[in-house]
Design a protein around this ligand. Structure first.
Ligand SMILES: *[C@@H]1O[C@H](CO)[C@@H](O)[C@H](O)[C@H]1NC(C)=O
Ligand SMILES: *[C@@H]1O[C@H](CO)[C@@H](O)[C@H](O)[C@H]1NC(C)=O
Ligand SMILES: *[C@@H]1O[C@H](CO)[C@@H](O)[C@H](O)[C@H]1NC(C)=O
Ligand SMILES: *[C@@H]1O[C@H](CO)[C@@H](O)[C@H](O)[C@H]1NC(C)=O
Ligand SMILES: *[C@@H]1O[C@H](CO)[C@@H](O)[C@H](O)[C@H]1NC(C)=O
Ligand SMILES: *[C@@H]1O[C@H](CO)[C@@H](O)[C@H](O)[C@H]1NC(C)=O
Length: 394
């Protein structure tokens, strides 16, 4: 990044212009650039949490980004990473004193300047970041920044290919072993993003042996690290049979049980774990013809999931019901275990009563009705599964 400091300066001005414009009270017409600034932090949660909307959201997220840093988004992102916050603020204040005509003139000047420069491609930026990450003689800060840059650069799906071609995966996986928890967190995050909806990258990362390390990281004392590690685990094994086999052979269901059965666990981590259970069961339902995976053999895990129906968090309730629905539909799960060992009937009844109160509450009513419908659906599937059991001749 040192080699590109001139560019950084130009982009900093560009960025402050944007900042000044909003500060002036002018509406931001370039909505993509303001949205883009949030994108590296806000996107990932929605992506993995909403199984049904995945296609829509990823299509929207990648809009306008194929050109990489030729897009304003990318440049602004990059400039932020390389600018001095104090100076940025000062320049923004200067800009605010300009009239809007002056601002427009400045904007045109800068646009011409940027157009006249040959912009490096994402792949070139990525190469620099990978070299920095891989260079052990650089400072901790430089290498941490390289990680942050990769987090941004890896976003467009084509760039994930570049990350692998340029040899970025091994240095990233090595960082999973770093002594600093935050380095491990960002490295996991980059790997998760790169493998999301990307079968080839999933395979490469799995072959490089990252899954057991990531699974271990979900037990980190740092909850932020654990969350990103579980995010990466999910992204890595999603719709990937080989990855799921490895996950279960590494006692993935015990790992999930340790999270789901822990009453003092962070709720964000808990939701990700429940989501993963639902997702794995759904994948299994879709590929019913394929080889049997050693699937959810841990009974305490099933019981912990049923027990979570008593949560007061509606969003979590919905995710738990979704997981139960998929689990019940699996031919490998046993109706009597849900009935006798987990007391699913009692749990669903208690949930019904709890939801009745929420449905009467104006604020929660709509959401609670949705959850109640899902609860009924689960109840139906459960009783159907029990009914089928009775028809089997003894
Ligand atoms: C915002 O952009 C739209 C088209 O993209 C244009 O019609 C509109 O005039 C612009 N508004 C402002 C305030 O520049
Ligand atoms: C690593 O960084 C140092 C300091 O910037 C530089 O001198 C050296 O050439 C770099 N090594 C590689 C292999 O890029
Ligand atoms: C990282 O550095 C090592 C030597 O320190 C080198 O062998 C390897 O090829 C480098 N990897 C990348 C992707 O630059
Ligand atoms: C991870 O770090 C430990 C020591 O902290 C070391 O023994 C081990 O070889 C490292 N593993 C990798 C893959 O770098
Ligand atoms: C199920 O999970 C619990 C808690 O993690 C663990 O103690 C137990 O050994 C597991 N049971 C099986 C059969 O794997
Ligand atoms: C449960 O989670 C808390 C908070 O993350 C942790 O401190 C504790 O060790 C966990 N308990 C078990 C039994 O894993």
């Amino acid at each position: 990044m040192r080699r590109l400091s001139v560019l950084a300066a130009v982009l900093t001005v560009l960025l402050t212009l944007t900042v000044a414009r909003t500060a002036n009270g002018e509406p931001m017409n370039e909505s993509k650039s303001s949205g883009g600034l949030l994108w590296s932090t806000a996107k990932e949660e929605t992506d993995l949490m909403r199984p049904s909307n995945d296609d829509d959201s990823s299509a929207a997220d990648h809009e306008g980004l194929d050109g990489g840093f030729s897009s304003l988004d990318g440049m602004l992102q990059w400039a932020i990473g390389h600018s001095d916050p104090a100076k940025l603020k000062e320049t923004a204040q200067d800009m605010q004193r300009l009239s809007s005509d002056d601002l427009k003139k400045r904007q045109i000047e800068i646009k011409e300047l940027v157009d006249s420069m040959k912009m490096p491609s994402d792949a070139q930026f990525m190469q620099i970041a990978i070299d920095d990450l891989n260079n052990s003689s650089l400072s901790f800060e430089d290498r941490h920044r390289a990680l942050q840059e990769l987090l941004i650069l890896v976003e467009p799906i084509d760039n994930a290919n570049d990350l692998s071609k340029l040899g970025g995966l091994s240095p990233l996986i090595r960082e999973l072993n770093h002594s600093d928890s935050d380095v491990r967190r960002v490295a996991a995050w980059v790997l998760g993003k790169a493998s999301q909806n990307h079968a080839i990258i999933q395979k490469q990362i799995l072959e490089l042996g990252a899954l057991p390390t990531l699974m271990k990281m979900t037990r980190s004392a740092s909850v932020e690290e654990a969350i990103k590690a579980l995010y990466a685990v999910s992204a890595l094994i999603r719709n990937n049979l080989g990855g799921q086999e490895l996950f279960f052979s590494e006692a993935g269901d015990v790992m999930l049980q340790d999270i789901i059965g822990n009453s003092s666990i962070d709720i964000r981590l808990l939701k990700k774990a429940i989501f993963l259970v639902a997702d794995l069961a759904e994948c299994k339902l879709e590929i019913v013809e394929r080889a049997e995976l050693p699937f959810f053999t841990n009974l305490s895990l099933l019981k912990s999931i049923v027990d979570l129906t008593s949560t007061t968090d509606l969003d979590l309730q919905e995710k738990v019901l979704f997981a139960l629905k998929n689990l019940l539909r699996l031919s490998t799960t046993e109706a009597l275990i849900f009935k006798d060992f987990c007391d699913l009937d009692g749990a669903l009844e208690r949930m019904r009563l709890q939801l009745q109160d929420l449905i009467a509450d104006e604020f929660w009513s709509d959401f609670a009705v949705d959850v109640e419908n899902l609860r009924r659906e689960v109840e139906l599937i459960f009783h159907k599964k029990l009914g089928e059991l009775k028809q089997v001749p003894k």
